[in-house]
Ligand binder design. Structure first.
Ligand SMILES: [Zn+2]
Length: 220
């Protein structure tokens, strides 16, 4: 079975045209999920390929942001991002952007993306980047860095929750605000957010967030 295909992108910073590997959806096999829904893959780890990176300047963002960000990134903001990328190049110049990436490569890409989305001030993206970064550290067995990344994800899920309107986004925020607090040992906070989720959406039986929160709350 073919596992990868290649898609062309144009870097919003240096304007380089390049091809990035994309994983065919049929090649993604989830073996199981951790209690915070982290997918454990059989074969290719889709998280390694979830961000798009310019091979010339290392600008890194989610696929659906890549084109749209061109208009947004200008002037002072562009200068700041370029400075971050210059430092990243010195520090992480040898990241493998091919089809045989390692957890270490993926960690570096997520760290770069976190710096970029911080400058772009996009908490919804930062929440997802830090959550995935925590999962990558878990894969590497680095508990201390995992908890630190979860803490950063929590700050951003809180920010997203304050303005979230879409019910799936609200459920996802509440689930992770409960679950990350549980992982950080903050029992009262964990109970608080799981309770809001369960009382608001108890009848939404199909939601993976509601079902998992019911299970995880019993373990607090
Ligand atoms: Zn570039």
């Amino acid at each position: 079975m073919k596992e990868f295909w290649f898609k062309t992108f144009k870097c919003p910073i240096c304007k380089t045209l390049f091809e990035a590997p994309m994983v065919f959806s049929e090649a993604i096999k989830i073996k199981k999920r951790d209690d915070d829904l982290r997918p454990v893959y059989q074969g290719i780890n889709a998280i390694y390929y979830g961000l798009i990176t310019c091979p010339n300047c290392l600008f890194t963002a989610f696929e659906h942001d890549y084109d749209g960000l061109s208009k947004e990134i200008a002037g002072d903001l562009k200068d700041k991002i370029e400075k971050v990328l210059e430092r990243a190049k010195v520090q992480y110049g040898d990241i493998n952007l091919g089809t045989d990436r390692t957890a270490e490569d993926a960690v570096m890409l997520h760290v770069i993306a976190a710096a970029i989305y911080t400058l772009l001030n996009k908490p919804n993206r930062l929440a997802e980047i830090y959550l995935r970064l925590a999962w990558l550290y878990r894969e590497q067995g680095n508990k201390k860095k995992e908890l630190h990344a979860l803490g950063r994800a929590l700050v951003n899920f809180n920010r997203v929750y304050d303005t979230a309107e879409d019910y799936e986004q609200i459920q996802r925020c509440l689930f992770y605000m409960g679950e990350i607090n549980r992982k950080l040992g903050k029992r009262d906070e964990a109970v608080k957010y799981f309770s809001i989720l369960l009382s608001k959406y108890r009848s939404g039986g199909n939601s993976i967030y509601v079902r998992t929160a019911q299970l995880n709350r019993r373990e607090i």
